[in-house]
Design a protein around this ligand. Structure first.
Ligand SMILES: Cc1cc2nc3c(=O)[nH]c(=O)nc-3n(C[C@H](O)[C@H](O)[C@H](O)COP(=O)(O)O)c2cc1C
Length: 297
């Protein structure tokens, strides 16, 4: 799969339907990851589902979606935008994942991003090879924060992942001090933090993962401008995914980020992304979390 630039729109509210995808494509996005779907339709959690927090967002949408059968139509329409369309799937069993994967492939998805697999590593080892056997399109495993994320990414690679997306939102909480209740309507009151506050965390994890796997890593988490995207490329990301900044600033942020990457390359005399991808890794050293505390020099 090839992209015209390294900027992909991450799974979320902006990729719920074909009209929105078209707008993103016209603005210059190189590709999109569609809103996640499951076999059965889901209503999602009570509102409010998204609140501003720490310069980014805290959200708990509860993965609302019309179910993979109905979503096939959305994929077919989105394909008309002529950029790579990556469907995103989640499930609660191997059977679920396979059904959604096949439906999305049949509708014309260029790749699949798979979420929810890290709930249980044993399950991932079981489910991933089964999906791999049943579809031909590339499988991208999306990861959230975990201890030893690099070794989990390596396991995903060993069990059939063609690429990794890291990281998704980070669990968080926000309380309304007037009524003392959580600001989100989710059953637990908590949600996932995204946007600028999570960028350094995402950057660290992307750097750790790219040194542990050979497959491409798509960086996600708090990228809001050209320099943020460049940092991710410097630690070895193949491409970047953005969402929160496009939600708060609109689609005009897309050409702006692409231009900022281009001017950086011109200024530094880089002809292609490969000229600087991973350059910063030589200045970094990976130490497993369990040993960091003891590091003296
Ligand atoms: C409102 C909202 C809804 C999201 N829905 C999904 C989803 O359905 N599937 C998914 O894999 N990620 C979802 N995400 C996570 C994003 O794809 C992305 O990984 C995360 O927002 C970090 O990137 P950002 O900081 O650029 O927003 C959602 C994020 C937000 C803010």
């Amino acid at each position: 799969m090839t992209f015209k630039n390294p900027l992909i729109i991450a799974s979320g509210p902006l990729t719920r339907d074909a009209k929105a995808v078209n707008r993103l494509a016209r603005a210059g996005a190189a590709g999109v990851v569609m809103k996640s779907v499951s076999v059965q339709p889901r209503e999602g959690y009570p509102f409010p589902r998204t609140v501003p927090e720490g310069g980014g967002f805290l959200n708990a949408e509860g993965l609302p979606n019309p179910g993979c059968q109905r979503f096939r139509e959305v994929i077919r329409d989105a394909k008309k935008s002529e950029i790579p369309i990556i469907a995103s799937i989640f499930g609660f069993s191997a059977g679920d994942y396979i059904k959604s994967a096949r439906a999305m492939e049949e509708a014309g998805s260029d790749a699949l991003e798979i979420i929810g697999l890290l709930r249980d590593l044993k399950e991932m080892k079981k489910i991933l090879p089964q999906i791999k056997k049943r579809v031909k399109i590339p499988l991208i495993v999306k990861m959230g924060l975990r201890d030893n994320l690099p070794s989990i990414a390596k396991t995903a690679e060993d069990y059939g992942a063609d690429a990794i997306t890291a990281i998704t939102s980070i669990p968080g909480l926000s309380i309304n001090i007037r009524n003392c209740k959580p600001r989100l309507g989710s059953p637990t009151g908590a949600g996932g933090l995204t946007g600028p506050p999570i960028k350094p965390i995402a950057l660290k994890n992307v750097a750790d993962i790219t040194r542990h796997v050979k497959i491409p890593v798509l960086a996600s988490g708090g990228i809001s401008n050209g320099p943020d995207a460049i940092e991710m490329l410097l630690v070895g990301a193949q491409a970047v995914q953005i969402l929160s900044c496009a939600m708060s600033k609109g689609v005009r942020i897309i050409p702006k980020i692409v231009r900022e990457i281009e001017s950086y390359m011109e200024e530094k005399g880089y002809k292609t992304l490969t000229d600087f991808r991973g350059l910063s890794l030589t200045y970094l050293r990976y130490v497993p979390p369990s040993e960091t505390f003891y590091l003296r020099q």
